[in-house]
Design a protein around this ligand. Structure first.
Ligand SMILES: [Zn+2]
Ligand SMILES: [Zn+2]
Length: 509
């Protein structure tokens, strides 16, 4: 049944307020695929489209039919000042004209620190842009490293903390192998709550090229690129006496099998797996790049108590089916691989910077109370899975994701609100694909073996990030530096009695 006009308005309104919408059809519970077609020559949207991959419902609203279109106008000078104020304070910014959650744009900085100061904010609905004036003190200091007045932004706490989610052993699998007993056993031992749907050109053997002799095999892989086949020759050791054990490679040539006299399998090996394992035996090592995986979609399965996992979610997954269908039609030589991610117990990263004891906002006992509160109150697993998913989506901006693609982190999101309640400084996600010898990439991220995603939860103007190690060192003074002597006598130093550090007590400063 198609969506009613009221449901369509609700979808449209929810999208502008949260940047995603869910299907209103009964029992669908599906995040809609939303598309913004920009209006020509404008910063605003031209058409908004939403569709549900589960029930097939869809809708489209063009700018002129926007119920608020008549009210669109330029932001006033006062409204611009208020926007500037919110940028400085952090937190979500809503358009003063139409109430839309508006986007921030950042200067990109080199290195892993993901963003610089906010350069402008934009409402895609009414097409208003506010470009921040250049040269505010904090910005100038961040941009111009010759300013030597110490750190541009203050710490909030002496002891700042971040939660890091580490996946050191991702598992790569194809969908038709998910019922294998070996995989099911692994999936049982390490619950996979996050998955990534990835693609790369199919890799097969060139059956005519296989030759083997004394304990070695030579052949070439064929990488089925869209522009035509690429041949990757290799020679590697193989400890099976060749005269007794024929090496079989049958259509579609993606596996070699070695059988014994009775015809039983001794070794079977997938072409792409062998390519990753023979790395050093390739005639040209740079050909390892053909193993690179493009991340198309990041998703999670958790349920209420962690009872749902990625393998059962992927058995009946609309986006996955849509990707298979699209690739079958447009890129039949591509292969889909599913990266299953299971995370280790979370790591709390702490940074204690005594140099800022006179400049940090919260010091002394209140700072200690914050520290113990963070250590005593672990972020719930469900919330950790949620921020890890969102951070990976924001990082890769995968083609098939909508939610969180541009809007993370955001204090308006409830799914990881505990991180804000605890007043954490940042969250981080770490994926190690090096052991599998392959790299991940997306249109926005170049290929990398190990993915390190760090997101400060607060605006860089407001609070120094725990990952911002580049604290500026003051210029060398002309006179020798005299040691600093405290103005307060030792007896007069106030000391905490520990009573205010009761478990569970929150810092309200
Ligand atoms: Zn639906
Ligand atoms: Zn607006």
């Amino acid at each position: 049944m198609p969506w009613t006009p009221e449901q369509q308005v609700a979808i449209f309104d929810h999208f502008w307020l949260h940047r995603y919408s869910e299907c209103p059809t009964d029992k669908c519970e599906e995040t809609l695929r939303t598309t913004i077609v920009p209006a020509q020559g404008s910063n605003g949207y031209g058409t908004f489209k939403a569709e549900c991959r589960k029930c097939g419902c869809g809708m489209s609203i063009s700018r002129k039919d926007d119920p608020k279109a008549a009210a669109f106008r330029e932001w006033t000078a006062e409204e611009r000042l208020a926007v500037e104020e919110t940028v400085r304070k952090g937190g979500p910014i809503y358009c003063p004209v139409d109430g839309t959650l508006i986007e921030r744009r950042y200067d990109s900085l080199p290195g892993t620190f993901p963003r610089g100061p906010v350069t402008e904010v934009l409402c895609e609905r009414c097409a208003q842009v506010y470009v921040r004036p250049r040269g505010t003190a904090a910005e100038q200091a961040a941009v111009d490293s010759s300013v030597d007045e110490g750190p541009a932004v203050r710490r909030k706490y002496i002891s700042e903390s971040a939660v890091n989610m580490l996946c050191s052993r991702p598992v790569l699998i194809q969908r038709h192998k998910m019922d294998d007993a070996k995989f099911l056993k692994i999936a049982d031992e390490m619950p996979f709550h996050i998955y990534m749907i990835c693609r790369r050109p199919r890799i097969t053997f060139d059956p005519a090229s296989i030759t083997y002799g004394d304990k070695s095999i030579s052949a070439q892989f064929i990488v089925h690129e869209r522009t035509g086949p690429i041949y990757v020759p290799f020679t590697t050791g193989m400890d099976v006496e060749p005269e007794k054990r024929p090496i079989k490679c049958e259509y579609p040539y993606n596996e070699v099998r070695i059988l014994d006299e009775k015809g039983d399998l001794i070794i079977g090996c997938h072409a792409s797996y062998l390519l990753s394992q023979t790395a050093g035996d390739l005639h040209d090592y740079s050909q390892m790049k053909h193993l690179d995986l493009e991340v198309l979609y990041v998703g999670q399965a958790y349920g209420k108590e962690g009872e749902r996992t990625a393998p059962n979610r992927l058995k009946n997954h609309e986006t996955l089916l849509a990707i298979y269908a699209e690739l079958a039609a447009n890129a039949p030589e591509d292969e889909i691989w599913l990266a299953m991610l299971s995370f280790e117990p979370p790591i709390t990263l702490m940074s204690l910077d005594g140099r800022q004891q006179h400049t940090a906002e919260v010091t002394g006992d209140a700072d200690l109370a914050h520290l113990f509160n963070v250590l005593d109150t672990p972020v719930a697993e469900r919330q950790r899975v949620c921020f890890a998913e969102a951070a990976l989506i924001r990082h890769f901006q995968p083609k098939y994701n909508d939610k969180f693609k541009y809007n993370f982190p955001n204090p308006a999101h409830e799914t990881y609100s505990q991180c804000y309640d605890l007043d954490l400084n940042a969250v981080a996600v770490e994926l190690h694909f090096e052991e599998l010898r392959l790299r991940l990439y997306s249109p926005t991220i170049p290929p990398q073996y190990n993915i390190l995603v760090e997101f400060p939860l607060h605006s860089p103007e407001l609070r120094q990030s725990i990952f911002d190690f580049a604290v500026k060192i003051p210029a060398k003074p002309a006179e020798p530096v005299k040691p600093k002597v405290a103005d307060v006598k030792f007896e007069d130093v106030t000391q905490g009695d520990g009573k205010d550090l009761a478990k569970g007590e929150k810092v309200t400063k």
